[in-house]
Design a protein around this ligand. Structure first.
Ligand code: SAH
Ligand code: SF4
Length: 369
């Protein structure tokens, strides 16, 4: 019978080799002493493969309009309490330029999902303008949901080179339970493949601690990330948003359990995928004032400081308690840099900070090409 410590020892001997059962064993061990041993092991792997440099992506919350009605999200179409907005191209480019001058190296354009031509063309133009204004220096990541092949290709040609689309959970039954009928698991998975074919570095991820989600589900998620050969991961605790259908369901985990489970998930993913980029998400900060440092110490290496103009922030709440809602970009940057330095890490200013995993794939492609 494996114990969490024997599993951890085995990974030390044969890095990267683990079964779903063993991953579940690590994820289920909510004991402070073991968690520290797991964290230390993951941090050693992180130091060796991606180093102690944190890369920053300025997050621009372009629009909160959304065609979807995901049961967990504050931006869901059914939330009538929000004032819906869409930033202008000038505002987006100005925020991107600010991030560039602040040394962030890249930006993420994120929004609720829209598939109309007006929006598609708007993003295409705006990405082009961001690339132009920075002389091509600023990296652009998109997080704009499920789109068709042609749209992904247009945005890639405009200059975006990374895309984040979370699978949310790989348990199809749970996926169905947290989404309306028109959000389909297979379609989500297909989109991840299409993104790769379009040339993007692909990021995915899950919410951790959903009602009905087991550690076995999370272990299967980890196996999925490896099979999908992802370049980036964004893992955060699920945060119930009052008034959404999922928040009304009894949860299986307390806030503390969700935080610790998310940290173990980050650590396990780092152990198994040593050279990918992994974000320490803002949702960690919603559960602990030092949540994002804890994420970095568990194996994450990316932070996404918010550079959205202040007046839009309150209307872009995917979940409650999103930190920094009233802080301006300068304050957010200064706070973040001192938080990073306080844990003995440094900021990789002015660099795209692509994952070594993506770089290795590119080399392989050239080698065989
Ligand atoms: N509309 C795009 C991007 C915005 S949503 C998309 O869905 O991909 C970005 C992420 O926010 C989602 O993938 C989801 O994992 C996360 N999110 C939404 N509601 C959340 C909640 N209540 N708790 C934690 N994360 C949440
Ligand atoms: Fe829209 Fe994304 Fe929220 Fe779903 S998770 S409701 S697609 S913003």
């Amino acid at each position: 019978m494996s114990t969490p410590d024997t599993v951890l020892e085995n990974i030390g001997r044969e890095p990267g080799r683990i079964t779903a059962d063993e991953a579940a064993c690590l994820l289920g061990a909510d004991d402070a002493g073991f968690m520290e041993r797991l964290r230390e092991a993951a941090y050693r792997v992180k130091e060796r493969h991606v180093g102690r440099t944190v890369y920053l992506r300025g997050l621009i919350e372009v629009s909160n309009a959304c065609r979807c009605d995901c049961h967990y999200c504050g931006l869901r179409r059914g939330n009538r309490k929000l004032t819906r907005y869409c930033m202008t191209a000038e505002e987006i480019v100005a925020a991107a330029e600010w991030a560039w001058r602040a040394g962030y190296g890249s930006v993420v354009l994120q929004a609720g999902e829209r598939r109309d031509e007006i929006f598609t063309a708007f993003i295409e133009r705006t990405v082009g303008q961001i690339k132009a204004v920075s002389g091509g220096a600023l990296g652009v990541t998109l997080s704009l949901g499920e789109q068709d092949r042609a749209t992904y290709a247009r945005w890639f040609r405009a200059g975006a080179h990374r895309y984040l689309l979370r699978i949310e959970t790989t348990n199809e039954k749970l996926f169905r339970a947290i989404h309306p009928d028109d959000v389909d698991f297979r379609e989500r998975r297909r989109c991840l493949g299409v993104l790769r074919e379009a040339g993007y570095q692909v990021g995915t991820g899950v919410m951790v601690g959903l009602p009905g989600q087991t550690v076995e589900d999370l272990a299967n998620d980890v196996c999925f990330f490896r099979e999908a050969d992802v370049d980036m991961l964004g893992l955060g605790p699920y945060i119930p948003y009052g008034g959404t259908p999922l928040a009304d369901k009894a949860g299986d985990y307390t806030a503390g359990q969700r935080l610790r489970l998310a940290l173990r998930m980050i650590a396990v993913c780092r152990l198994l995928m040593p050279d990918i980029n992994m974000a320490s998400t803002t949702a960690l900060d919603a559960l602990d004032p030092h949540g994002r440092e804890l994420g970095l110490l568990a194996g994450a290496n990316i932070l996404m400081p918010n550079v959205t103009p202040e007046r839009y922030r309150r209307d872009y709440q995917l979940y409650p308690g999103k930190p920094g809602i009233f802080a301006g970009p300068e304050a957010v940057r200064d706070q973040l840099v001192s938080r990073i330095e306080a844990i003995g890490e440094t900021v990789g200013f002015d660099r795209w900070g692509d994952s070594p995993h993506a770089a290795a794939r590119k080399e392989r492609a050239v080698g065989y090409g």
